[in-house]
Every structure is written in C-alpha cells, then in structure tokens.
Design a protein around this ligand. Structure first.
Ligand SMILES: Cc1cc2nc3c(=O)[nH]c(=O)nc-3n(C[C@H](O)[C@H](O)[C@H](O)COP(=O)(O)O)c2cc1C
Length: 208
C-alpha cells in the first residue's frame, strides 16, 4: 500500500473493535514518533502509553470520546511545561554524547538556545513545546496508517484530570493531545463509510 492510499484509508475512528494491536506494530509506531522532527531537535514532550485498563476507564469517564477507553492502546502526548537552563544543559550534554564530541563544541548552539528559549515566558515555551508534540502526533498518525493500524487523534479530554491521574505535573509536563490506536469496528462506526472532506488543492495550495 503506498503512502497516499494509506492516508486515504485512515480516518479518525470513533468506534473500535476488540482486536489488540500487536506489540511489534505498537513499537514501530513509537519508533516513528521518536524520529519526528522537532524545533532545534529538542523533543520537548514525552509520550505515555497507558496500559492500565482501570486507569483507561477512569481517564475516559465523562469524555465524549469512548476511544480513550475502548481502543487497543492509548498514547498521551505531554509537553514540557517549563524550559530552563537544566533542560538546555541536558540536551547539549546528550547531543555531545551521541555525536561523540565535546560539549564545548556546541557552545554557540547552546548560546542560541539560551537566547531564544530563556528569553520567552514559560507559557510561550509551553506553546512551543506543544506544537512540537503535535508534529510527533502527526508522525504517529502516518506511521499507524502505513501499518494499517487505525488511529484517532483527540483533543477532547480533560487535561487537568489526565495530568493528575498520570502524575504529569510532578514531571514538569502537561497533557496536550491523545492518540488512540486499534482496529475500527466498521459495522458500528458511523464514520467508517464517510467520504473524506478535504479542501480542493487550489484553495489549499498557492503556487507563487
Ligand atoms: C488535533 C486534533 C484533535 C482532534 N480531536 C478529536 C476528538 O477529540 N475526537 C474525535 O473523534 N476526533 C478528533 N479529531 C479527528 C478530526 O475530527 C478528524 O481528523 C477530521 O475530521 C478529519 O477527518 P479524518 O481524520 O477522519 O480524515 C482530532 C483531530 C486532530 C488533528
């Protein structure tokens, strides 16, 4: 199946069947998410794979998205809520280690990160971090489609409740978006047969 076919095949599933996603496929999707591009490469977000079924039930209670509880798997994308000197130092140290160079060689890069990130308000940095998490979400959606695993991106959830139940605040994180994974229950999903609604290319794209 080529990429475009996969993207046409996918839709934001509302009703999942009971079939579980194989662990190898789940790992492949997580690998792809990990390979996402991010601003300055900093990946200022973390992914939580919620396995605990009781917790899934509690997280889904009161939400209009039954997928939170019913899908095979649930990924929570949580953005870093405070970028500080330590976060930058860790990233520089890690980059130096991976590339086998001295951290001092990254001094200019570090300076520019400090200038840009530490000069902004915590909320501005959180917004930036959340944007990076959405890019990772997009990668996850595409990776799932390529594997013929169904997926639903979701903003319809109680962020504060997720932060509390997953202990995100203590980790300096805030939940921003979810990705449910599983297999569509085609017979019971009203949306399964809908045609995709997308803008005509002429409206979406301007060639200058
Ligand atoms: C950031 C984001 C948040 C979304 N939130 C929800 C949601 O809470 N519940 C839901 O069922 N679908 C949600 N969707 C799915 C969109 O409604 C869906 O992607 C859009 O209507 C296009 O249709 P398609 O993805 O099925 O082709 C969300 C999509 C995105 C990208």
């Amino acid at each position: 199946m080529d990429l475009r076919e996969s993207l046409n095949w996918r839709y934001a599933v509302k009703k999942y069947g009971k079939e579980k996603v194989a662990d190898a496929d789940l790992q492949e999707i997580i690998e792809a998410i990990g390979l996402s591009a991010s601003s300055a490469g900093m990946q200022p977000y973390r992914i939580f794979v919620v396995k605990d079924t009781n917790l899934r039930k509690e997280l889904g209670e009161g939400s209009f998205n039954p997928q939170i509880t019913e899908a095979s798997d649930l990924l929570v994308f949580a953005a870093v809520d405070r970028i500080d000197q330590a976060f930058i130092d860790n990233y520089i140290g890690y980059t130096a280690e991976i590339r086998g160079i001295a951290a001092a060689q990254l001094a200019e890069f570090k300076k520019s990160l400090q200038l840009h990130l530490l000069g902004r308000t915590p909320e501005e940095n959180f917004t930036w971090a959340a944007r990076q998490a959405y890019i990772a979400l997009g990668t996850g959606i595409i990776a799932a489609a390529a594997l013929k695993v169904d997926a639903t991106p979701m903003e319809g959830f109680d962020n504060e409740k997720f932060d509390r139940l997953l202990g995100l605040s203590e980790k300096g994180l805030r939940s921003v978006v979810l990705l449910a994974l599983g297999y569509r229950d085609e017979a019971n999903d009203f949306y399964a047969k809908f045609k995709k609604v997308r803008l005509p290319k002429e409206e979406l794209v301007t060639i200058i």
